[in-house]
Design a protein around this ligand. Structure first.
Ligand code: 5GP
Length: 230
């Protein structure tokens, strides 16, 4: 009787331990979708070069789709053996060129950027997404939730080179994202002015719903920020 009790207790403990292990082993909690204003991808930190496919449209473009943990840490390079393979994305290339172009110099067709993003970030979402579904998910989330530029323009905020109050920009962005907690990041234009650079929104780990961002990076903005034209 004693032995039976100990054995089943042991098995029970093992099961609890396995469940705990499965919980601990979760490879990410949510995604950051980071979108950049292409007019701000130039200044003291970067020079801007248009991709060889041409000047991107007047729209926020994807800067990153990052599997992340609730404490704000971002795992990277999770599977060094899972190399980028562009042929797996042939049906998505034209959408990626529009929504996820590289603005870095020298000009490129953006393939290198997608490869870096898959190997650095995408491989950390492998429990849910293979290479094709990772890029499809990023495009779908960008195109189906909020058109940032359009929503800001409704509130009279537009990329006209003028200076906007940071708090009203944050307030309007939050209401564009249905009240969810979203973040902003600034960088510096050539003259050292704080400019509106990126928007961070958060998506649940299945890629289906917007969520409140559990944590956001430092905005690095002044009280007034320039929204440059593009
Ligand atoms: P991440 O911020 O996703 O970890 O890394 C972004 C990498 O992509 C950097 O090495 C950056 O230089 C490169 N990159 C190339 N084109 C772009 C672009 O248009 N926007 C951003 N944010 N990064 C780009």
């Amino acid at each position: 009787m004693e032995t039976k009790f100990n054995c089943s207790t042991f098995i029970g403990l093992l099961m609890i331990q396995s469940v705990a292990l499965i919980c601990v082993a979760q490879d990410y909690d949510f995604f950051y979708l980071v979108q950049q204003w292409p007019g701000s991808y130039s200044g003291t930190q970067h020079s801007r070069c248009y991709p060889t496919t041409g000047k991107p449209a007047q729209s926020f473009t994807i800067s990153g789709f990052w599997p992340s943990y609730n404490n704000g840490s971002i795992p990277t390079y999770c599977d060094p053996n899972n190399h980028f393979n562009e042929t797996k994305l042939s049906d998505l290339i034209s959408y990626l060129q529009t929504d996820w172009p590289s603005l870095a110099c020298p000009s490129s067709n953006s393939t290198q950027l997608w490869g870096e993003e898959w190997e650095k970030h995408g491989t950390c979402s492998e429990s849910g997404f293979d290479q094709h579904s990772y890029f499809l998910e990023a495009l779908t989330v960008k195109d189906s939730f909020v058109d940032i530029l359009q929503m800001l323009q409704v509130d009279g905020i537009q990329p006209d080179g003028r200076v906007y109050n940071l708090n009203s920009l944050i307030y309007n962005l939050k209401s564009a994202f249905y009240g969810y907690n979203v973040g902003i990041e600034c960088n510096e234009d050539e003259s050292g002015n704080s400019q509106f650079y990126q928007v961070y929104s958060c998506i649940d780990r299945t890629g289906i719903s917007l969520i409140d961002c559990p944590v956001l990076p430092d905005a690095n903005c002044s009280d007034s920020v320039v929204f440059p034209s593009f």
